[in-house]
Ligand binder design. Structure first.
Ligand code: GLN
Ligand code: ZN
Length: 785
């Protein structure tokens, strides 16, 4: 039986980010809704054609979204939250954008009418953000999915054989949130299933033969009630549906494996990249010969070419076991990789030969199918493609750009104490207090100051060589001088240089490290029209030369106050990149850690006494299943400590994290052993800090006292109130005063206004609470004499 090839989904943003630009033009009222719709239709058509050209047997419909696929489902299923007050007469895209972006007050919406946008959160462990469905006891699913049906018709009219993709009912429900205390969204399942039944029946009527229902929550640790519901749900859906391909991805099925294999569906897709060890067990359990097994054999989460020989060997093993039809696919939707290498002419050819983006991954499926079905006798063109894939892999394996002996040697020769500061925190704290002589409740910021158009223009000019390196440096030094003056005038205690010279906190360092590469057009959707271009870590990571020392030293030379050095930590450097797949992630992380450590030590040598190592992505790396947490956390904390532990006791290491839950990993945050951690807490009204207090977090903490996402300037009293609240949770002599996060997206007027009130609040409390703490902490002026 010939095998089928298909994809779980295709990137929707367009090879030239056409969707992004059309959306933004539409929002700026430069193009009409019809023009935007036309762009969407054209992109769908193009992407289906790409699938057809690659020889796929089915094209996937339903993966396109103007903003987000979960938002599509909210509309298709008919559960738009009542708080938006839609009367049903608005165009569906207008309602979608209202839910995605909120409705501004000047548009006539009620003040407190609840027209803020739907919450947005990360799609499993990816960097894609989806809009969170809201559930109430009276939520009903009345949907007809007209728009989905229209897309199906569009594809059919183009002559494609269609497979529709939908997020499955249990995952959809799981990923939403109750908006009423005490209510359990699980109660909505029956009504929700009714809506799925209706939509599936409509698809069947249209002649759709296959529907892929994505249930990625099969890769999570689920409560029993949810696990058991799968059986009931799928029995019910199977009645009215076209043939269902149940798709799981991102994580092993584990305790859900047998259940998933036995559901009354026509096929099961599994992620053979993230869960290779399960593949044969799935083939065993999927005993029914009429069931399709779809093997996610090509990595949909990363940018590397597939090792075709190894993949073929795996597929042959499965084929020998599985009596039913075999389908081949990427492990998950290709949403998470860039579209095509075609627009990477400037990437060096060797590195380029190692990569495969979405389009190239589809071609790999074609090759694998041919090899599997033809038993090794490939037509000449395919044989030559196979040979060059093999050669590219060989060159990657043996390249001296990938394997650097000095990096390996360094890791091998590291000794147990390398990830520990020389002394315990209490000793360091005393040494730092004696050395730094900071006041009680020292004030600081998180690193970046407003990235003004002028700064960005200077960087663009440098790139286009309209500005010399020399002129650019002078320009950035002016910027640094300016922010130092402003901070001194504001009366901040610990200053920063402002990060004007940095485009992005990962890219800036990646560009200065060996082993990192940057694509010209490797965009991946993050949310809505927002795309990111993650760097590619292809080889051993090595620091060529100091990266930040000159800027920081220059900044310190301008002021008698302490200048805080500013670095991005190893976990964040890893998490926000495409990571090489030829060695464990933990090892790559450790290599980065050593490179950062060298920078930390050089900063210390240059007289920088306070160094911040940012780790906003620390929590993002957590595996989807709890069983994987321990080893991830141990490794991540160790990498951070390696980067931080090369300095003397007197040197104060800060870290910064934001916009994530900390409460369930507090011991691991403490295990970083940073002298000071600054976190984002103002949005939760300091509630986030409570966890640190209950846990008796041992080191110093700067809980953010104002939200940097809003241009609103809070009153000094508001910040004072938050600080007072903080002081009831954490002893005041261990508290710092700072905003939630960096200020690069803000303008200067609101930044200065907010910081001046923040400093005022700190000073007021210092006087008030200082008496109590004075016995414990010797206070001296903030200035270094
Ligand atoms: N130091 C960085 C800044 O201030 C931190 C950014 C972040 O937390 N994402 O911009
Ligand atoms: Zn932050």
């Amino acid at each position: 039986m010939p095998s089928t090839i298909h994809t779980l989904g295709f990137p929707r943003i367009g090879a030239q980010r056409e969707l992004k630009f059309a959306l933004e033009q539409y929002w700026r009222k430069e193009i009409s809704l019809q023009a935007l719709e036309a762009t969407g239709a054209e992109l769908r058509q193009r992407h289906w054609q790409a699938q057809r050209d690659a020889g796929l047997d089915l094209v996937t419909v339903g993966d396109f979204a103007f903003y987000d696929h979960m938002l599509n489902h909210i509309q298709w299923l008919g559960c738009e939250p009542a708080r938006f007050g839609f009367d049903g007469a608005e165009a569906d895209l207008l309602r979608a954008f209202a839910m995605a972006r909120g409705v501004a007050q000047e548009d006539g919406a009620a003040e407190e009418g609840g027209t803020f946008a739907l919450e947005m959160t990360k799609w499993f462990d990816t960097n894609y953000h989806y809009l969170v469905p809201e559930f109430h006891p009276d939520t009903r699913f009345a949907g007809q999915a007209d728009r989905l049906l229209a897309e199906v018709e569009q594809a059919q009219a183009l002559g494609h054989k269609v497979k529709v993709v939908l997020v499955g009912p249990l995952s959809f429900l799981w990923l939403g949130k109750e908006k009423q205390a005490g209510f359990d969204r699980f109660k909505l399942l029956d009504d929700l299933l009714g809506a799925y039944e209706r939509i599936l029946a409509r698809l069947a009527e249209r002649g759709v033969e296959w529907v892929q229902l994505d249930e990625p929550i099969l890769g999570l640790d689920l409560p029993d009630a949810w696990r058991h519901a799968f059986e009931r749900a799928y029995w019910q859906l199977a009645r009215s549906a076209p043939r269902i391909l149940l798709a799981s991805y991102f994580s092993p099925l584990d305790d859900n494996l047998r259940m998933a294999c036995q559901l009354p569906v026509a096929g099961l897709h599994v992620d053979a990249v993230r869960a290779p060890a399960e593949l044969l067990r799935v083939a065993d359990w999927l005993a029914a010969p009429h069931k399709v097994l779809s093997v996610g054999i090509v990595d949909g989460r990363n940018v590397w070419r597939t090792d075709l020989d190894a993949a073929l060997a795996r597929l042959r093993e499965v084929a020998a076991k599985h009596k039913g039809e075999l389908w081949l696919a990427p492990s998950c939707s290709l949403l998470h990789v860039p579209i095509s290498l075609e627009s990477e002419e400037r990437l060096d050819p060797e590195l380029r030969s190692w990569l495969a983006f979405a389009q190239e991954k589809l071609a790999e499926l074609g090759l694998l199918r041919a090899a599997l079905d033809l038993g090794g006798q490939l037509p000449a063109a395919q044989q030559s493609a196979w040979d060059s894939a093999r050669a590219a892999l060989q060159s990657r394996r043996s390249s001296t750009r990938v394997h650097r002996e000095e990096v390996a040697r360094r890791i091998v020769s590291s000794v147990p104490g390398d990830d520990q500061r020389a002394s315990a925190f209490a000793v360091r704290q005393a040494a730092q207090r004696a050395h730094l002589k900071l006041p009680l409740l020292p004030s600081t910021t998180i690193g970046s100051f407003p990235q003004t158009p002028a700064i960005r223009a200077a960087r663009a000019a440098l790139r286009k060589r309209a500005l010399t390196e020399e002129a650019y440096r002078t320009r950035m030094q002016e910027e640094i001088r300016d922010v130092v003056r402003r901070q001194e005038a504001l009366g901040l205690d610990v200053l920063v240089h402002g990060e004007a010279e940095r485009n992005d906190m990962v890219e800036y360092f990646g560009e200065q490290l060996d082993g990192y590469a940057f694509t010209a057009n490797g965009w991946v959707q993050s949310y809505g029209s927002r795309c990111v271009k993650p760097p590619v870590i292809y080889g051993d990571v090595l620091r060529r030369a100091p990266m930040t020392v000159a800027w920081t030293q220059y900044a310190q030379s301008l002021t008698p106050r302490w200048m805080k050095g500013m670095l991005t930590g190893p976990v964040t450097m890893l998490q926000w990149s495409f990571v090489r797949d030829d060695q464990p992630r933990a090892l790559t992380c450790e290599q980065i850690a050593w490179a950062i450590r060298d920078e930390v030590v050089d900063l210390e040598k240059a007289g920088i006494a306070i160094i911040q190592i940012d780790e906003p992505a620390f929590r993002e790396g957590l595996p989807l299943r709890r069983a994987g947490w321990r080893s991830y956390l141990d490794q991540a904390a160790r990498a951070f400590r390696i980067s931080a532990s090369g300095v003397r006791d007197e040197t104060q290491i800060h870290t910064h994290m934001c916009y994530s839950e900390f409460n369930d990993i507090l011991p691991d945050i403490a295990a970083l052993d940073a002298d000071v951690i600054t976190i984002e807490t103002s949005r939760s009204d300091m509630e986030l800090l409570r966890g640190f207090g209950d846990f008796h977090y041992p080191n110093e903490i700067g809980p953010g006292v104002y939200d940097i996402h809003s241009p609103r300037v809070p009153e000094a009293q508001e910040m004072e109130r938050l600080l007072r609240k903080a002081a009831t949770v954490v002893p005041v002599e261990r508290l710092w005063v700072n905003p939630d996060c960096g200020l690069k997206t803000r303008g200067w007027p609101e930044t200065e206004a907010a910081l001046s009130r923040m400093v005022q609040a700190a000073q007021r409390l210092r006087t008030e609470l200082g008496g109590a703490a004075a016995g414990e902490r010797e206070r001296e002026p903030a200035l270094i004499a």
